[in-house]
Design a protein around this ligand. Structure first.
Ligand code: ZN
Length: 323
């Protein structure tokens, strides 16, 4: 069976002491890159999509095609996860489309900028949990607000760090299967203006929250490394990305030992894909067929994700006997 829920996949990861990468896809070509990397490394994987965030004209048509594509990869367990569901209705749409996991991001109000109150977050999250669990679907909630820009466009948000005592209460009152905790990371291609240390990247919070919420799997958002060589390649072919530091791989690996089982990183994939597309377009001025540059993007993204799956120790785990 290809499809598994987030809870099944993260329970396995906890038992085997590894983490799963959760990789954003904005079209079917990127989805193939993720699934090919998972198949090549025998890695369970989380494919995630943001509502309204794809290259396709309709979420429902894209999601339907995504479900069909995933079914052809029957050698690896795959979680199809909605990233940052803004409200109950969007989560319900994803569940109807066949997602096995949804994130309800109740950390922000409907304007997607103003932090919501703790009680507001609990209320909407508990409502989604009740609905999703009735259909056998997992739920990730978010506490505190993760900074930066989801999906790469819009206005950057302020970071509000998660509070460990509130995290325990949040998990108890909502029944979420996984919890995204704001520990200083941010979304997008610009994260830190220096190499992050213990003051900006608060892994100590992860450790305290894990101790208080035993049994709940923690999720780290905004975890791309932002490799300098990929930024340089994008910029060599017309990009204007500012210098920035992402989350060092060593810190991601360290977080696995602190209860982090889902590591969200969309931006590294996008950087690898876009760098290859820009290079291909720039070096072959006569070619107008998208197949060539999309193939180059897919292959570059696949190669990067193979490395990530090894680093997170999910590689090989699809072959591990299921508990
Ligand atoms: Zn996120």
């Amino acid at each position: 069976m290809t499809f598994v829920t987030l809870l099944q996949a993260l329970d396995e990861a906890a038992a085997g002491d590894y983490a799963l990468g959760a990789f954003n896809v904005s079209d079917l070509v990127q989805a193939e890159a993720v699934l090919d990397a998972a198949a090549a490394t025998a890695s369970p994987v989380i494919v995630q999509a943001i509502a309204g965030g794809s290259a396709h004209a309709s979420d429902e048509r894209f999601w339907g095609a995504l479900v069909g594509l995933i079914k052809t990869y029957d050698e690896v367990p795959v979680v199809l996860h909605l990233d940052h569901g803004p409200d109950f209705a969007t989560c319900a749409r994803a569940i109807a489309a066949g997602f096995t996991s949804v994130m309800i991001d109740g950390s922000l109000r409907a304007d997607r900028r103003t932090p919501s109150s703790f009680e507001e977050n609990v209320a909407v999250t508990a409502e989604v949990v009740e609905y999703a669990h009735a259909g056998g679907v997992s739920v990730e909630g978010e506490l505190g607000t993760i900074g930066g820009v989801e999906g790469g466009t819009g206005e950057a948000k302020e970071i509000v760090l998660a509070d460990p005592d509130q995290a325990a209460e949040f998990v108890r009152r909502t029944g979420v299967d996984a919890l995204a905790v704001a520990i200083g990371t941010s979304h997008g291609a610009y994260k830190f203006d220096r190499e992050p240390d213990g003051e900006v990247l608060r892994l100590d919070l992860t450790e305290r929250i894990h101790a208080l919420t035993s049994g709940t799997h923690l999720v780290m958002h905004g975890s791309s490394t932002l490799p300098a060589e990929l930024r340089a390649e994008v910029n060599a072919y017309g990009g204007t990305l500012p210098e920035s530091w992402g989350v060092p791989m060593a810190e991601k690996v360290r977080s696995i030992g602190m209860g982090v089982r889902k590591i969200n990183q969309g931006m590294d994939s996008h950087l690898a894909f876009t760098a290859a597309v820009r290079r291909t377009l720039a070096t072959d001025g006569l070619n107008v067929d998208p197949a060539g540059y999309e193939r180059a993007g897919r292959e570059a993204m696949r190669a990067l994700l193979v490395d990530r799956m090894r680093d997170f120790r999910s590689a090989g785990q699809a072959k591990r006997p299921r508990s």
